[in-house]
Design a protein around this ligand. Sequence first.
Ligand code: GLU
Length: 428
Amino acid sequence: MTSKHALPSYLNPEDLGPWGVYLEQIDRVTPYLGNLSRWVETLKRPKRILTVDVPIERDDGTIAHYEGYRVQHNLSRGPGKGGVRFHQDVTLSEVMALSAWMTVKNAAVNVPYGGAKGGIRVDPKTLSRNELQRLTRRYTSEISMIIGPNKDIPAPDVNTNEQVMAWMMDSYAMIGGNMSTGVVTGKPISLGGSLGRRDATGRGVFVVGCDAAAKVGMSLEGAKVIVQGFGNVGGVAARMFAEAGSKVVAVQDHKTTVVHSGGLNIPQLLAHVAEVGSVEGFSGAEAFVPREDFWGIDCDILIPAALEQQITAERAQVIRAKIILEGANGPTLPAADDILTDRGVLIVPDVLANAGGVTVSYFEWAQNFSSFFWTEEEINSRLTRIMREAFDAVWQVSQEKKVSMRTATFILACTRVLQAREVRGLYP
Ligand code: GLU
């Protein structure tokens, strides 16, 4: 994707990748920012980018090097906040975009954070558990000068989990010589993690799904749902929709696409995935279909919960859902966004739909500061309230200004970020 923007010199203007998608989204919101638009360039430049070499000794004695990043996109409203992903396709453009979407997301649900994201270009499936631990610890050490409970707080993302967060917390504690549990969120409960954090992103997707269904007059009972990605987000969301009486008629993961027109048995599918690592070979399937067929499957709700840039213009033409709930970050390309919006599909954007994870991360961080822990009911009801209030506020803006829910979320969020930017003023 080429761009008319003044680009940071480290990006290839011919191939902006996910950062180009984000810039396009900022262009769409700019006309709605009034006088604050004089600050909009702030949003087009990450505040701080750290690229690190992460060397580890492999189990066979060889030395391997991996490239890692931590990008702090914006710190106007608070410390940086956002996950760390381990994936073979991680690029700087991707981590920049993900960090910027965290800025927007955190402002959309009004948690007191800026936006940040990290990643290492590595396929973690090729590493042993000990190698993964060494990689995580060395990465933490390399970024330790810019993270901290009041500076920037990492969390899980694609292919990282509670164990990785425990290693990050421990490495940070060893480097600093003191314990500060609030340096990462998504930790194991035994280390100061929060009840409800594991399910929080999927639960948030379900909560906004209920609200979106109410807006279009759809009953969740019997609604047909298809889900791309069956990890911590897609798996939990699928379970909650199934519990609400919806029929999850297709699930696609990195290996295959499993369908059942009567509705897949989600508890059984989750158990199968926990055992073999994929939906492949699930005995409760009606059929396994070619990857590309997933997009045209008859359904009411589509939940992309895998990686970015999945819903292209071509796929947008065949999608049959009336509601799309973006569990993943950045799954929809701007051209596809336009096609779907024109077709009357209601898209609840990533920066709203998947904000449940960071919302409970915020609860975890607050609990860590006070060393006082809340019950799971308290967490879930506060999460539900925040998600519903954010959904309502975005819905109202989208109706008033006649814009998509994505642009409405950006209007609310970017206004909050730039107001903070303006009132703080420039230093020195
Ligand atoms: N990785 C999650 C996200 O994309 C959660 C981030 C966090 O909890 O800080 O929203």
